[in-house]
Design a protein around this ligand. Structure first.
Ligand code: SF4
Ligand code: SF4
Length: 407
């Protein structure tokens, strides 16, 4: 329930159709794709990759369950973007990998050069790396694939790890988790192309939205299958939903404009969950990213399903970051919440207060109070896919399912 003053005016932005919400409308309006002559694709990169292909006055859309890896989660050293996070890696001329770490203003700086095979490092700045963001995961995958260190599904180093600075490493399991997300996104994009009945070559312009879509290096994203392979132009848009919310509050004509655009779009939503083309492609993507199917075999198999093989990569000639940061303007009167989401609480009989659950939590989501009360921030917790807290409890009293949710 929303707790606000009864006099408060509440603006509810329109959806395009019931399955295409206001977030998709914001992405489309903020991109300007409706005015482009070329065939365009747009994707908001998150746990669900919301995507759309605009062709001949009609929006074909879908939503691929990419999972949390693109946000740095379900990755051993994955963290959200914060000071000390490795957000990018580049290959230097000497073959070492430059590790870019976010400073206090979240600006990425080259903090060390690291041999990804041995972990030997040359320190350039006095920063301590704490983990790796989703964009750092994409970079590590791209550099790993390009250099041949990643030979899917394996990492070809003696300890099967790609070493980054300060003991942060990227494992084979991490590569597979990231690969599942990348495969889902590529299968989604190509399903839209198939449904429209065009060729991969026909998609010329890509709009990337969301924090990951804004900060990731598009050339590395292309190596990893996250954007189409034959693009001319890429635009990185920022968080279009928040920007549109800001526009709504600043200018009361925005709501009418949104409704006009929503009314004018003819929309065709493709449910990937029940779509045979998506299913065929995603099975092959999983085989490629997680089971070692070669690209040659992938292309042979996909043609047996009547789908064109993947074209050669053509690097886009124009890449534009439209905004400086993913939320460029917050404005006066706005404030950002320190914490979002719910909290989960528990008090387990037999708990000794040893805090092993707290210490073993990879996301620092859990705290144990003096009276042995457990509280978990849902915005940080990885949920039942993790359950490290439950597994780490020496008394076997921690029961994730018994936690009580409070808003
Ligand atoms: S499941 Fe437990 S250990 Fe995992 S992130 Fe959530 S609170 Fe932390
Ligand atoms: S690990 Fe188990 S016993 Fe230790 S504090 Fe957590 S719930 Fe209690």
């Amino acid at each position: 329930m929303l707790s606000v003053d009864p006099e408060t005016e509440i603006l509810i932005p329109p959806a395009i159709r019931h399955e295409r919400g206001a977030d998709a409308l914001a992405m489309i309006m903020r991109s300007g794709m409706l005015n482009k002559k070329e065939i365009c694709m747009v994707t908001d990169y998150g746990t669900n990759a919301e995507m759309g292909l605009y062709y001949d006055g009609e929006l074909y859309s879908g939503s691929a369950a990419a999972g949390p890896a693109m946000e740095g989660q379900s990755i051993k050293y994955g963290v959200l973007a914060a000071p000390g996070a490795i957000s990018d890696v580049n290959m230097a001329d000497d073959g070492l990998w430059e590790n870019l770490v976010l400073n206090d203003k979240l600006i990425p700086l080259v903090a060390a050069k690291v041999d990804p095979v041995t972990g030997k490092e040359i320190r350039l700045l006095d920063y301590k790396a704490k983990g790796i963001t989703g964009t750092g995961v994409v970079s590590s995958m791209a550099m790993g694939l390009r250099s041949g260190i990643i030979k899917l599904p394996d990492i070809d180093t003696p300890d099967k790890r790609i070493h980054l600075m300060d003991g942060v490493w990227f494992s084979e399991k991490d590569a597979q988790e990231a690969g599942k997300a990348m495969g889902a996104i590529r299968a989604g994009h190509r399903t839209l192309v198939q449904e429209v009945g065009i060729d991969d070559d026909d998609v010329k312009v890509m709009y990337m939205a969301g924090a990951s879509g804004t900060y990731v290096d598009p050339i590395k994203a292309q190596i990893c299958g996250m954007i189409p392979r034959r693009l001319d132009e890429v635009y990185q848009l920022g968080n279009t939903s928040l920007m549109m919310a800001h526009d709504l509050l600043k200018d009361d004509k925005t709501l009418d404009r949104m409704q006009d655009v929503a009314n004018s779009i003819s929309s065709n939503h493709i449910m990937f969950a029940g779509n045979k083309t998506f299913e065929d492609m995603y099975i092959l993507e999983l085989a490629y990213w997680t089971e070692g199917m070669s690209m040659e075999m992938y292309n042979d198999m996909i043609q047996m399903h009547g789908i064109a093989m993947l074209p050669e990569i053509k690097v886009p000639s124009k890449v534009v970051r439209v905004v400086k940061s993913d939320i460029p303007e917050i404005g006066r009167g706005f404030y950002s919440l320190e914490e979002v989401g719910m909290k989960m609480y528990g008090n387990f009989k037999g708990c000794t207060g040893c805090k092993k659950c707290e210490k073993g939590c990879p996301e620092k989501a859990l705290t144990v109070s003096k009276d042995k009360g457990i509280s978990i921030r849902s915005d940080l917790c990885l949920g039942t896919a993790c359950k490290a807290c439950e597994m780490n409890c020496p008394e076997k009293v921690f029961k994730f399912v018994s936690l009580e949710v409070r808003i």
